[in-house]
Design a protein around this ligand. Structure first.
Ligand code: FPP
Length: 257
């Protein structure tokens, strides 16, 4: 934890939790054993983030594309989610963690929807940290849903298409409820975003680690944050505190970006 400067924390950390299957395979266990250990890593990461004081943590727990996995694995993941929504209730309440969920939640089985609704409602007023579970989520799907809504409003004369701007998009993207992603972490060795938060990750710092998700924990999170803090975030601007000579040309300015 000594690596982390708590005065410069990322305000929104989003994680693609990858590698559960490989973790299990390497131990000759069924993939579901990897997901179970993955749930332990979720708990450890959530605790560490809360202790540090990170305001928002978003976890990619089930992608829109995961519906194409074998039905037995889908059932096991839904069962695990339902168990966690019961077993972690006290952890969330005691630590004032607000639970939220994004994605096409209506596609989840009723038993998962009702447990999710009950815990999100019970923890709604907490301000310690917002834990968002991305479930049946896809970044493209989120953009499609927002676009459909804007098109509907334009058709019905509620908005002028010329007035659609970033703020209008932000307001229609549930993943933006906790602000843009500052740090996007992916475990499991792959270096891609795989349809996770697209709009809100526009300026996120990306951090990829070979560690498999079940092995991830507090120290892994600290390392990711330390890497984030070692980077210079410019948001398309020139570096700080470097006054340009009066005759700096546009070309030179471009090269500095
Ligand atoms: C990716 O590993 C992980 C998932 C598809 C599911 C994530 C689920 C958990 C971490 C379990 C519990 C979470 C909650 C919120 C209760 P993979 O199966 O794609 O791994 P592989 O790439 O090694 O096959």
């Amino acid at each position: 934890m000594g690596l982390v400067d708590v005065s410069r924390l990322p305000q929104h950390v989003a994680i693609i939790m990858d590698g559960n299957g490989r973790w299990a395979q390497r131990r000759d266990k069924p993939r579901t054993a990897g997901h179970e250990r993955g749930a332990d890593a979720v708990r450890a990461t959530m605790r560490a983030a809360r202790r540090l004081g990170i305001p928002a943590l978003t976890l990619y727990a089930f992608s829109e594309q995961n519906w194409d996995r074998p039905q037995a694995e889908i059932n096991a993941l839904v069962d695990l989610l339902c168990e966690c929504l019961v077993s972690e209730r006290n952890e969330l309440v005691d630590n004032e963690i607000r639970l939220s969920a994004i994605g096409r939640l209506h596609k989840l089985p009723e038993r998962a929807q009702s447990k999710l609704a009950s815990l999100t409602s019970e923890t709604q007023s907490f301000e310690g940290m917002t834990l968002t579970l991305a479930l049946s989520y896809g970044g493209r799907e989120e953009l499609i849903d927002a676009t459909r809504e804007l098109a509907r409003r334009a058709r019905d004369g509620e908005i002028d298409p010329a007035q659609i701007d970033e703020a209008a998009m932000d307001a229609l993207m549930p993943s933006m409820n906790v602000g843009p992603v500052d740090l996007l972490v992916r475990t499991g060795g792959e270096q891609r975003i795989s349809n996770f938060i697209l709009w809100g990750s526009a300026y996120a710092e990306l951090y990829f680690t070979d560690e498999l998700w079940p092995d991830f924990g507090a120290n892994s999170l600290y390392s990711a944050i330390a890497a984030y803090q070692s980077r210079e975030r410019r948001f398309g601007l020139v570096p700080d505190a470097e006054p340009l000579p009066a005759n700096e040309s546009a070309d030179e300015l471009e090269r500095a970006i």
